[in-house]
Design a protein around this ligand. Structure first.
Ligand SMILES: Nc1nc2c(ncn2[C@@H]2O[C@H](COP(=O)(O)OP(=O)(O)OP(=O)(O)O)[C@@H](O)[C@H]2O)c(=O)[nH]1
Ligand SMILES: [Mg+2]
Length: 447
């Protein structure tokens, strides 16, 4: 996971100060020395680190902390706020032109993820904003580039504009915009060519496309794995082309995160989206505050809830809540729930968004075994209706029958029954009180 090292170090550091009833200047100094090291080690630009440490230090020894009743907590709040500011403060929106179509140019080095991101962005625009984009194949240099975008268009069932590789990208952009007007596409996403390094010829071409198409956004796509280099690339693209925002890709990899933390303050251009995988739905709007929370181990419940809302049937969710409250949750509901949760994406990803989850032992290399999940499903499906509602009635001979029917073992049946009971208990607690994220070590029955 991205930011793992940084998150670990920062969390250890703030842990030491958290409960302090009194915070002295030397406590702050000591903490900031560790914060500084953590950031440098995460490959954050040294000047950015220097400014950050200065800001936090000033605030941390100031009135707002020293006079407060919980100085330890207050220092952490300052760290979180400044980390949020560092990444851009507010979440920034995508432009909408008053005179459609809105034109977006995708630029960046070779392999950064421009073409993939073009597809993902089109998908997001349709899904989240109900838009109808036209994809434009303006990379005529790399042999398979046009085909790649056309394939994405096919997968998405969206139009792709191309004039082959014998027409200049400038002309392609021009005609594409005309076509979009005719066809009432409200967004035009221009996928441009990449080079290995910043190069004059490419820049000239991009400037020409910009001049002619007058884009509402120029998104620089950068690979988060390239660390410090990403910052340099962002700087020169910004100086030469005037970008409006950054898309940081491959944040699903184990990048140390330095780029994410430096780009904004070095270029003063916002990170608008982050790429979290190769699939077409793996693009997310960038939320500085949520990211800061995540890095500091405060979890990202908001993203988790949004993910749930996007994927879980609302009616069913309400029904479930009711059931949990009245404790009439059965194995059938569980099976249903399993299906819904699986729709939300890989479980280990979801779990990582929970507050404190990265502190649970073994969470880092947790892998949820799909085979085990199917075993759980098979076991439940082998129960009778009555057994599903009243698992207490499942005696030894019933267990044997269920194990046989599901192709599993009595031990596995036992384990599931036990875990189901524990889960019910835990759910009761969660619905009964305001959870403070303290419940550790809970395991889903299929882990
Ligand atoms: N894991 C991961 N892979 C990504 C992400 N975004 C892009 N990729 C992968 O990165 C590789 C390059 O992506 P492209 O979209 O072809 O990059 P490009 O910038 O268009 O490259 P050129 O057209 O050659 O300049 C592909 O294998 C993508 O699947 C991401 O967010 N996460
Ligand atoms: Mg490409």
């Amino acid at each position: 996971m991205a930011f793992e090292g940084l998150a670990d170090r920062l969390q250890n550091t703030i842990q030491k100060i958290r409960g302090k009833g009194k915070v002295s200047e030397s406590d702050v100094k000591e903490m900031m020395r560790e914060v500084r090291l953590a950031l440098l080690e995460a490959d954050v630009n040294f000047k950015v680190v220097k400014d950050f440490v200065k800001k936090v230090s000033e605030r941390a020894v100031g009135q707002e902390v020293m006079k407060s009743l919980t100085p330890g907590q207050q220092v952490i709040k300052v760290v979180k706020e400044e980390l949020t500011n560092l990444m851009g403060g507010e979440q920034s929106q995508i432009a909408v032109s008053k005179r459609p179509p809105t034109i977006i140019m995708m630029v960046g080095l070779q392999g950064a993820g421009k073409t993939t991101t073009t597809g993902k962005l089109a998908n997001l625009l349709r899904k989240k904003y109900n838009r109808n984009p036209l994809l434009v194949a303006a990379d005529i240099y790399r042999p398979a580039a046009i085909k790649q975008l056309e394939t994405l268009g096919k997968q998405l069932n969206m139009p792709v504009f191309s004039l082959g590789d014998q027409v200049s990208p400038i002309e392609i952009a021009k005609q594409a915009i005309e076509k979009a007007k005719e066809d009432h596409n409200d967004y035009v996403l221009i996928d441009t060519a990449g080079r290995l390094h910043i190069d004059g010829e490419l820049m000239e071409e991009l400037k020409e496309i910009k001049k002619l198409s007058n884009p509402d956004e120029i998104f620089l796509v950068v690979d988060a794995m390239t660390g410090q280099d990403a910052v340099n690339v962002a700087n020169s693209f910004n100086e030469q082309l005037g970008i409006t925002g950054v898309v940081l890709t491959k944040l699903d990899g184990d990048t140390r995160g330095g780029a994410a933390l430096s780009i904004r303050s070095v270029t003063e251009k916002p990170i608008k989206f982050v790429g979290m995988g190769e699939k077409l739905d793996a693009l997310e709007p960038f939320h500085p505050e949520r990211m800061a929370s995540r890095i500091l181990g405060m979890g990202d419940m908001l993203s988790l809830i949004e993910k749930a809302q996007a994927n879980v049937d609302e009616e069913k969710a309400k029904e479930l809540e009711q059931k949990l409250r009245t404790m009439s949750f059965t194995f059938d509901d569980f099976l249903d729930q399993l299906g819904q949760v699986r729709k939300m994406g890989p479980l280990d990803e979801l779990l990582k968004m929970m507050p404190g989850a990265n502190k649970i032992k073994g969470m880092g290399n947790l892998q949820i075994d799909e085979k085990q999940i199917s075993h759980v499903e098979a076991i439940i499906q082998s129960m009778t209706k009555k057994e599903k509602i009243n698992p207490e009635m499942i005696n030894a001979s019933r267990k044997k029958r269920i194990a046989k029917g599901s192709g599993t073992s009595v031990q596995e049946v036992n384990r599931l029954l036990k875990q189901f009971e524990e889960m019910k208990k835990m759910m009761k607690q969660m619905t009964g009180m305001q959870q403070k994220g303290k419940k550790k070590g809970f395991k889903f029955p299929f882990m």
